[in-house]
Design a binder for this molecule. Structure first.
Ligand code: PLP
Length: 432
């Protein structure tokens, strides 16, 4: 215990943190006395960037003053509104501009991607996901399988960790694909697993999937804004994400989607099916902008993944993300990742003496985690929940995943080393 860092050492690290000023740019939820809570829940809902109010207010004002004219004449015209988000999303995903689009929400985008990329044929019918996948992803793939007249129970493959393990090393995925890749049409994998916090090597998974003729798609809900990504270079086929976690886009914020350029380039502009395994589902917002309002029956696809848009987007669900992406651009994902590794590493160091009562299941090698640590509480559900509630009473905002996990994520944009220290101290107290 003697080398457990002190509060003063946490404060010294905060004082030396080049990103420390960004905290003041976010609204920190207060307790009943107005003191900021120790918010460590950015893996679930990121905090409000204060500048978002102004961006939203501008849209409300333009609506008030311009009515329908706002589509063309708002200060940020609404017709091409999604384009305000493209550059920021391309940077954070490591994609080209034509490969990313802000639209819909995650599960809707996943269905659109599965419509285009999941085409069971002959003996290659299966989808591979991780056992314990996020419920919505599992519902989406199971229903896509059923929608094509196949049996989800036998067609969906769910890869579990080895006996006694919590996480899935990439070599297990490679071995599985080596054994059964010929049966698999599509691999859907998380960038960072929501329950364990494990970060995966997307390039390695993509290589293994492609080597066996499978499509590689990723759910980046817990990756975007958390870990640097390089989707174009990894050669991933598609990816989807939401924007309300590390991206701080607000509850129900507009989601996003990536399709690799080799697919969009190969897709005919005037047809819904073509080079993709399945057809691209279409709507008027995926039609090229210059001729969209001619309302002609013939579809003329927009360039790149923009062709997957269906409806005109919710401006109010997109506006906060403009403010948030500007902050990411200013801070830089490289610097944020550097601080994130230091911050999460500091928290892991503080929690280490609490083993085995509190066991970190997230792999601690830097390449294998983002901000989040997942803590297994000994004593299972009753004890874990009791502990979680006691932490909440001490002003700690984290979350509980049954049966025995507390998830906690120090986020480099608005969390301090002091927050990690306060959390560890609260945990020590409630354990005692
Ligand atoms: C990993 C993962 N996938 C899917 C979803 C579902 O997102 P949405 O409600 O935006 O479709 C979430 C939401 O938290 C998630 O964490």
């Amino acid at each position: 215990m003697s080398d457990t860092p002190t509060f003063a050492s946490a404060q010294a690290r905060d004082a030396a943190d080049p990103l420390r000023a960004f905290r003041a740019r976010f609204a920190l939820p207060p307790d009943e006395h107005g003191t900021p809570l120790t918010y460590l829940c950015g893996h679930s809902l990121g905090l409000l960037p204060l500048a978002a109010r102004e961006v939203i207010a501008q849209e409300l004002d333009d609506w008030a003053h311009l009515g329908v004219e706002g589509h063309e004449h708002a200060r940020r015209p609404w017709v091409p509104y999604h384009e305000n988000l493209t550059a920021g999303l391309a940077t954070l995903t490591g994609a080209r501009a034509a490969e990313v689009v802000a639209m819909n929400s995650l599960t809707v985008n996943l269905h659109l991607m599965l419509a285009s990329f999941y085409r069971p044929r002959g003996g290659r019918t299966r989808i591979l996901i991780e056992a314990g996948a996020f419920s919505s992803d599992r519902h989406a793939v199971a229903s896509q399988i059923a929608w094509r007249g196949l049996e989800p129970d036998t067609t969906l493959l769910e890869l579990a960790p080895r006996a006694g393990a919590d996480t899935v090393p990439e070599e297990l995925i490679e071995e599985f694909l080596e054994a059964r890749g010929e049966e698999i049409a599509l691999v859907l994998w998380p960038g960072v697993q929501f329950r364990t916090g494990q970060a995966f090597d997307l390039a390695r998974i993509t290589r293994a999937a492609h080597a066996h003729g499978c499509i590689a798609g990723f759910d980046l809900a817990h990756s975007i804004g958390n870990v640097p990504l390089a989707l174009h270079a990894t050669d991933a086929d598609f990816a989807v994400w939401c924007s309300y976690k590390y991206l701080n886009g607000g509850p129900g914020a507009i989601g996003g989607c990536f399709v690799h350029q080799r697919h969009t380039d190969a897709q005919p502009r005037t047809q819904h099916s073509g080079a993709l395994p399945g057809a691209r589902l279409a709507g008027w917002w995926g039609h090229e902008a210059p001729t969209r309002f001619l309302m002609e029956p013939q579809f003329q696809a927009a360039t790149g993944v923009a062709a997957w848009q269906l409806s005109n987007p919710s401006i109010l669900a997109a506006a906060p993300l403009i403010a948030s992406l500007a902050i990411f651009e200013e801070a830089g994902i490289g610097a944020l990742r550097e601080k994130s590794l230091a911050l999460t590493g500091f928290l892991a160091q503080l929690l280490a003496p609490l083993e085995p009562r509190v066991h970190i299941i997230t792999p601690l090698a830097p390449a294998q985690h983002g901000c989040q640590l997942s803590l297994r509480i000994a004593g299972r559900t009753a004890r874990g929940r009791q502990l979680f509630e006691a932490l909440a009473k001490r002003g700690m905002v984290c979350d509980w995943r049954a049966p025995d996990i507390i998830r906690v994520a120090p986020v480099p944009l608005y969390n301090r080393f002091a927050d990690a220290w306060l959390f560890a101290q609260a945990l020590r107290e409630v354990l005692a």
